[in-house]
Design a protein around this ligand. Structure first.
Ligand code: 4NP
Length: 161
C-alpha cells in the first residue's frame, strides 16, 4: 500500500479537503486497494474537530465527501507514510523540523504545488480568515495538483488504473 499524508496548519480547511478530493480521484482510478491517504495539521489546535464548514460546503458542491477528524502530525509519521505533501512553506518547515538530524526517514516530503500544472512549488493559500471564494480557489488548486500527483504515482510505481 502506498501511504500519502496531506499536511496544513489546522487540519480543518486545506488538508482534509485535499484528502477528500484525492480519495475520490483514487477511487475513480480503481486504485483504492493500492493508495491510501490521510491528513494532519502541524498545530494541535483542532484535534478531534471535524473540517471547517466552508470546506465541507465546497466539498459537497463538488460531490466530495469529507470524513476526517483533526489530528497533529508526529515524528513517527515520517516513517509511516511514503509521501507527505505540505500545503505551504511554513508547513514544510515545520514538517522538516520533526526530522532527527542525520537520520533518514521513509517519507518523501514535498509541496502540494510541486504538482500544479506549472510545477510552481508555491503555497496553497490559507483560506481560514477569508470568505467562501477563497475555499473555491483552494479547491481548484488542489484538484489540479492532486490529479497530477496521482498521475505521478501511477507512473512512478507502474500502477495500472
Ligand atoms: P488550515 O487552515 O491550515 O488549512 O486547516 C487553518 C485552520 C485554522 C487556523 C488557521 C488555518 N487557526 O488559526 O485556527
Amino acid at each position: 500500500m502506498i501511504q500519502v499524508l496531506f499536511v496544513c496548519l489546522g487540519n480543518i480547511c486545506r488538508s482534509p479537503l485535499a484528502e477528500g478530493i484525492f480519495k475520490k480521484l483514487v477511487r475513480e482510478a480503481g486504485l483504492e486497494q493500492v493508495i491510501d491517504s490521510d491528513s494532519a495539521g502541524t498545530s494541535r489546535w483542532h484535534i478531534d474537530e471535524p473540517p471547517d464548514t466552508r470546506s465541507i460546503q465546497i466539498a459537497e458542491n463538488n460531490n466530495v465527501h469529507l470524513d476526517h477528524l483533526g489530528k497533529q502530525i508526529i515524528r513517527r509519521d515520517l516513517d509511516k507514510f511514503d509521501y507527505i505533501l505540505a500545503m505551504d512553506n511554513e508547513n514544510l518547515e515545520n514538517i522538516l523540523s520533526l526530522q532527527h538530524p542525520g537520520q533518514d526517514h521513509k517519507a518523501k516530503i514535498m509541496m502540494m504545488r510541486d504538482f500544479d500544472d506549472q510545477r510552481s512549488g508555491t503555497d496553497i493559500p490559507d483560506p481560514y480568515y477569508g470568505g467562501q471564494n477563497g475555499f473555491q480557489h483552494v479547491f481548484d488548486l488542489l484538484e489540479e495538483s492532486l490529479s497530477n500527483f496521482l498521475d505521478f504515482l501511477i507512473r512512478d510505481h507502474h500502477l495500472k488504473s
